[in-house]
Design a binder for this molecule. Structure first.
Ligand code: OAD
Length: 243
């Protein structure tokens, strides 16, 4: 099969981290850890109650230290390292489990928990402790201007040029553990398909954009993704025997 493909784009969502113990967004009626998503994931929510929002992400950031990458993260990293072609990994996740699973490059289109954004100077800086009104921006030295570096509803996702460029070149597109409810990521499959890519969805259940995919692999990502990656890499070694 792999002889057919040389440029893979992978889009991951919350489902890829679910087996690591990171809760997905839509598992509990629009509530995220007992908060309405719009209260903790919008600029308006932050303006209304910055302390609540900072506290919410401080807990999420601290919780990262209690979780580990699962076999799906490891298999994606292995594909990035071993596939004899291009593999672009785009994630909507704000955790660092792809990096800790060994992925050499990750496009975090929705930002990162381990980063802070300064509202004064726009600098993004790595941050692994708590954020609050007394946090000081390392670049402009203002205090009280740092917020979580997360793309909230109504804000522009990061790295869209890089994502689109990879999607336009892709001949294989994989979506793993994403509900297809949030754009622009939900539209990536259509873009890749228009560019001529074959598209495979890995999920426990059909997503909102399932009909756009050519193939569906149903089951937990931690089981199905390693199996699939193994098959692809074995196949590519068979087709391309090395001395
Ligand atoms: P969702 O919570 O909307 O969807 C998670 C998807 O993963 C669902 O389709 C589940 O069926 C699937 N799933 C759950 N466990 C799985 C498993 N073990 N194996 C395979 N699939 C599994 O998460 P996202 O699609 O990532 O945005 O949500 C997209 C964006 O909405 C997020 O990035 C976030 C949120 O609001 C921002 O924070 C800006």
């Amino acid at each position: 099969m792999s002889a057919r493909f040389s440029r893979i784009v992978i889009l991951t969502g919350a489902g890829v981290s679910a087996e690591s113990g990171v809760p997905t967004f839509r598992a509990s009626d629009g509530l995220w850890e007992n908060h309405r998503i719009e209260d903790v994931a919008s600029p308006e929510g932050f303006a209304r109650d910055p302390a609540l929002v900072q506290h919410f992400y401080n807990l999420r950031r601290a919780a990262l230290k209690t979780v580990q990458p699962n076999p799906a993260h490891l298999a994606i990293a292995r594909l990035q390292r071993e596939f004899d072609g291009e593999v672009t990994l785009i994630t909507q996740n704000v955790d660092d489990l792809h990096e800790r699973g060994g992925s050499p490059e990750v496009l975090h289109m929705h930002g990162e928990l381990l980063s802070a954004l300064c509202l004064q100077c726009g600098q993004r800086s790595s941050w692994d402790g708590g954020l609050g009104a007394d946090s000081i921006c390392r670049k402009c030295r203002h205090d009280g201007t740092l917020r979580p570096d997360i793309v909230w509803f109504g804000e522009m996702p990061y790295l869209q040029d890089e994502c689109l460029e990879a999607l336009h070149r892709a001949d294989l597109f994989l979506a793993i553990g994403t509900s297809g409810r949030v754009y622009p990521a939900a539209g990536f499959v259509a873009i890749a398909k228009r560019a001529g890519a074959h598209a495979i969805e890995f999920n426990l259940e059909p997503s909102d954009v399932s009909r756009d995919f050519d193939e569906h692999i149903s089951g937990p990502a931690g089981v199905e993704v390693p199996k699939w990656v193994d098959g692809l890499l074995k196949d590519s070694n068979r087709q391309d025997p090395r001395p």
